[in-house]
Design a protein around this ligand. Structure first.
Ligand code: SF4
Length: 765
């Protein structure tokens, strides 16, 4: 009987070093860090080659976040950020793991390695299988691998016993073929990483504005009077956004940042492209920083909305854009009435702020017309996440600050093609119109029943209602909540399959049988029968553009993602009329099918060959809200947080370090927070630390409390830090074990990883 492998990173410390917290971001430090990562992982010559192509027109699209590239001129030297360089270094690494590696290291041994060590082992070179009861992966042929999967899928009592997960790095072409295969197989079980990140944005924006995507373009930042950045840390997670904010400031705009943590990236920015700026304190970005309590956002926004209403009553037509409200919106009266139900006195404690600070913010909002509001996980991963985002929209609607230059919504996507995957149909809900188009184009009846999202897929596997897990990229066990519960769910599967470039913990937490299918990276040449192919992706602003790999593949045994789907489909589907192998000979053929079934892709192959690609239609950007239930932009009624802490309890939010991209650990440093060489830390307010009788670097356990259930994450070091009282922060995936599977956002079902109620227990050696 094989021993249970570790689903959590090992609870060992790595030798912490604390430094001063920097006062400025980017600059020469970012350049040296980027080059150090690339040259050590990839090598100097090859490294320079890959960087030269990164985010260049007709070059390679960064596999990091989804921040857009400039439409016009790209920076000659470097159209990428430090973390984009790290992302490509991870993929283009010269390290390889061959069948010999797997023969040497058992799955159990590997599961005792840290996520950093596992990830650094290199690119997987061959398809591998872990047979039932085996302790080591062994090599398998592609043909055998597809046959094994096909047999397992066809042995299921129902297609709904299989789950097909997608990570946001998957290209449009692969995502389209994948959803087609899954629907031809007979299910809509298409959970994706968006379920864990901006699903709440999609739900709120579709309801209020008629489209689940942001409305602004990159150029809008040059024209904005005011940019609000809420629950987002662009300095680490979307670094080139700092360039856009710098332009906003240069053009006279103001910036309000709202976050429980004073992130350096939003303080002072040093332009890495301008050596004259390298010396000195940098360009101040934030004009007003509101250090709000975790999940205090609706309370804060509601106070601001009440102040705007009060001012409008005192000075009619001085705040509200009545023409816009009249012509374009619905629900104003009910919304304004609801505001009266709340008093500022009751709401204020939830914010952790002084009223004077909020008044400053209200003044900036009242006195400016062109407002952009940006957000990320700090708004989307709460029980009332959808309320958070709808309240943001209420503010913009009152000002008529949407659908015009310099104004609008900006949910910043964290994965390079997560938005594209959703556009390609990767969703557990099949849109009827798309279903009809698929049926017509491919002559089959797509399933209409809503499938599993991430949380319901985990619950179904745990109840053994789902027996096969297929992961197109990603690191499911480390990205998801309730780590031990999710791990048990995966272990109960008959088969788990991971399409991956590199090793990660999800290869070590497996079903009775497991397969690893190694795919080409985005930086690598993708040669098919008709020649070298390019793929396409969609960024946060809805720009569809191409990405071309130019490196020699890490191994001759790799297949592209589209080719893997074609292999899977031909081995599984008996009666499919789709010419899978023909479609992958030339990806133009796949794009023709996308054009035939998805709105906005007219002349796809022609337009995507144009410089910079093309913008998809966006009704909110065009000031048209017809797709909503009322045919207008909707004001909504939203609730502040209803989570109340007892004295000894804390609200925990999970965050990333500066050396991390989702669950990929580039390094052990978090230099923007002054923490080096250690990931098992918890940031706490010094007063709270004292109250608990703790001191800096004391070792503690974190215990979460939910519905009389407790979950423990052992071994974290106390770091006194600037964070509101009764709020703490620590890194994921280490803290994901604390996030209960049933703790999730209303409507969107997104795991509430930013609102975890915990207590802290000192570890006495
Ligand atoms: S901002 Fe995002 S997309 Fe751009 S280079 Fe950096 S990680 Fe890549």
């Amino acid at each position: 009987m094989t021993k249970k492998t570790n689903a959590q990173p090992p609870k060992k410390f790595t030798g912490i070093k604390l430094t001063e917290i920097p006062t400025k971001a980017v600059g020469t430090k970012a350049i040296s860090s980027a080059l150090q990562h690339v040259f050590s992982e990839v090598g100097v010559i090859k490294g320079i080659g890959v960087l030269k192509n990164l985010n260049q027109t007709y070059g390679l699209d960064c596999p990091g976040c989804a921040w857009p590239d400039p439409d016009e001129k790209r920076a000659f030297l470097a159209e990428y950020c430090e973390n984009g360089a790290k992302a490509i270094a991870e993929e283009a690494t010269k390290n390889r793991i061959s069948p010999m590696f797997f023969a040497t290291h058992s799955v159990e041994e590997l599961s005792n390695w840290s996520d950093y060590e596992i990830g650094k082992s290199g690119r997987i070179t061959h398809p591998m299988i872990l047979k039932e009861g085996a302790t080591h992966y062994e090599e398998i042929s592609w043909e055998e691998a597809f046959k094994t999967i096909g047999n397992e899928l066809n042995s299921l009592a129902s297609p709904n016993e299989a789950v097909f997960y997608t990570s946001g790095r998957t290209s449009n072409e692969a995502a389209f073929l994948y959803q087609l295969f899954v629907r031809q197989f007979g299910t809509n079980n298409l959970p994706d990483c968006s379920n864990m990140c901006h699903e709440s944005s999609g739900a709120a924006l579709s309801e209020t504005l008629g489209i689940g995507k942001g409305s602004v373009t990159l150029d809008d930042f040059n024209h904005a009077d005011l940019v609000m950045v809420i629950g987002q840390n662009p300095g680490t997670n979307h670094p080139r956004m700092l360039t856009a904010l710098s332009e906003t400031k240069k053009n006279g705009g103001k910036i309000i940042s709202i976050n429980p943590l004073p992130e350096v990236g939003l303080k002072n920015y040093v332009d890495p492209q301008n050596p004259l700026k390298w010396i000195g304190k940098g360009q101040e970005l934030t004009d007003l920083f509101l250090q709000v309590k975790i999940n205090g956002d609706v309370a804060l926004l509601k106070i601001i909305l009440k102040m705007m209403k009060q001012r409008e009553l005192e000075q009619p037509n001085s705040v509200f854009n009545h023409q816009f409200i009249q012509e374009k919106t619905a629900g104003l009266d009910a919304f304004l009435e609801d505001l009266d139900k709340y008093s500022i006195e009751d709401l204020l404690p939830q914010t952790g702020l002084e009223i004077s600070q909020i008044e400053q913010a209200a003044e900036l909002i009242i006195n400016n017309e062109k407002i952009i509001i940006c957000w990320a996980m700090g708004l989307t991963q709460h029980k009332n996440a959808v309320d958070n985002i709808r309240e943001v929209v209420n503010l913009l609607l009152l000002k008529g600050s949407i659908g015009k230059k310099g104004a609008g919504t900006c949910p910043v996507r964290g994965h390079s093609n997560v938005q594209g995957d959703r556009t390609m149909g990767i969703w557990e809900k099949l849109k009827p119109e798309f279903g009809k188009k698929l049926a017509k184009e491919f002559d089959f009846s797509p399933p209409t029943e809503t499938g599993y999202d991430v949380v319901s897929a985990i619950e179904a596997m745990h109840k053994e209602e789902a027996k096969v897990f297929f992961g197109m990229g990603g690191n499911f066990v480390s990205a998801t909540p309730d780590t031990e519960f999710t791990a048990d769910a995966l272990r109960k599967c008959n088969l788990t399959v991971q399409v991956s470039t590199k090793l990660n913990r999800s290869h070590l937490i497996h079903g009775k049988q497991a397969l690893i299918l190694p795919c080409l990276g985005r930086s690598e040449k993708d040669a098919q029968a008709s020649g070298e192919q390019f793929v396409t992706v969609e960024n946060s602003m809805g720009v569809v553009h191409q990405s071309v790999g130019h490196l020699k593949p890490a191994s001759e045994h790799l297949l592209s993602e589209p080719a893997i789907v074609a292999g899977l489909a031909t081995a599984t589907l008996q009666n499919s009329k789709v010419e899978w192998n023909q479609l992958i000979t030339n990806y133009d053929l796949i794009r023709d099918k996308i054009e035939a079934t998805i709105k906005g892709f007219e002349n796809y192959n022609e337009r995507v060959r144009k410089k910079g690609g093309f913008y998809l239609p966006n009704n909110a950007r065009d000031n048209n809200f017809k797709p909503t239930a009322t045919g207008k932009a909707n004001f909504t009624i939203n609730k502040p947080s209803e989570i109340y802490l007892r004295d000894h309890q804390f609200m925990l939010m999970t965050i990333r370090t500066h050396d991390q991209y989702n669950t990929t650990i580039y390094g052990l440093n978090d230099r923007y927070r002054g923490v080096l060489n250690e990931r098992r830390v918890v940031f706490i307010n010094p007063k709270d630390m004292q109250k608990l009788g703790l001191k800096k670097l004391d070792k503690v356990n974190l215990i979460s409390h939910f519905n009389n259930e407790q979950r423990t994450a052992e071994g974290f070091l106390i770091i006194p830090y600037s964070i509101p009282q009764q709020c703490v922060a620590t890194y994921f995936p280490e803290a994901n074990v604390l996030v209960p599977i049933k703790s999730k956002a209303n409507i969107s079902n997104t795991p509430a990883s930013k609102t975890v109620v915990i207590t802290i227990e000192k570890v006495t050696i």
